[in-house]
Design a protein around this ligand. Structure first.
Ligand code: DC
Length: 228
């Protein structure tokens, strides 16, 4: 039987487990995985290096005209290129998270990234994770999830991740920054973080990562069996 290759949208706040779940689900289905947050992070790296004020529209438009953000799909996951330089590590630096959140609120940036995301996903067979995939990028995606987890649980995950990368984070600070980023991503005018009406809500604190992928897979399976 030839299975239809659908678009799967996974949205949710920072450290809700969406990237890990999306990547593993894509592997299981032999789909492409696209981390859209990484693309906004690449823009943030470019803005930081250029030293521009991201509220300065002229400078931002000029920067965007000069940068090429590419996502390479590899066995190990997404490799992010900024003008042919691999910035997969640089985009994970702690100060880039807030800058990515701020730059992603800018219309010109969103327009360019959303267009690229649509080009990469339009043929289906793709799992995308982000904040606005089910609401804006692919409102007609066949399957949509909204992953959540309590703030403290997400901050603890980020705290451990930073530690494992050799940083010396302070838990309270990680918590405060995550709270601020949640608020910024959810309250912005353009494509704010909200669940699509038809999204399936999953709380990642209830599951191990393997269990969570299984939950998502079961929903996929049900949909395909119903002949979506
Ligand atoms: O998922 P992440 O933490 O890597 O995303 C970094 C920032 O990018 C996030 O704070 C908001 C923004 N983002 C967005 O606005 N839309 C997306 N689809 C993905 C990320």
């Amino acid at each position: 039987m030839i299975m239809k290759r659908i678009i799967i949208a996974i949205d949710g706040p920072a450290a809700s487990g969406k990237s890990t779940a999306a990547k593993l689900l894509a592997q299981k289905l032999r789909y492409i995985y696209l981390d859209t947050g990484a693309m906004y992070r690449a823009c943030a790296v470019a803005a930081k290096r250029a030293g521009i004020d991201i509220l300065d529209q002229t400078a931002l438009v000029e920067l965007l005209s000069k940068i090429d953000v590419k996502v390479l799909f590899t066995e190990a996951g997404n490799v992010i290129h900024l003008n042919d330089e691999d910035v997969s590590q640089a985009i994970r630096e702690p100060d880039i998270s807030n800058l990515a959140s701020a730059i992603s609120a800018q219309k010109v940036v969103r327009e360019k990234m959303v267009q690229l995301q649509r080009e990469m996903g339009r043929n289906g067979g793709v799992v995308l994770d982000g904040r606005d995939i089910g609401t804006v990028v692919f409102p007609n995606a066949e399957l949509k999830f909204f992953l959540v987890a309590p703030l403290e649980v997400r901050a603890q995950r980020r705290f451990l991740e930073l530690q494992s990368k050799g940083h010396q984070p302070v838990f309270e600070q990680v918590l405060q920054e995550m709270r601020k980023r949640d608020a910024a991503d959810s309250s912005r005018d353009l494509a704010p973080l909200v669940a699509a009406e038809d999204a399936i809500h999953v709380d990642s604190k209830d599951y191990s990562i393997e269990e969570m992928v299984e939950v998502l897979y079961r929903h996929y399976h049900k949909l395909v069996e119903a002949g979506c």
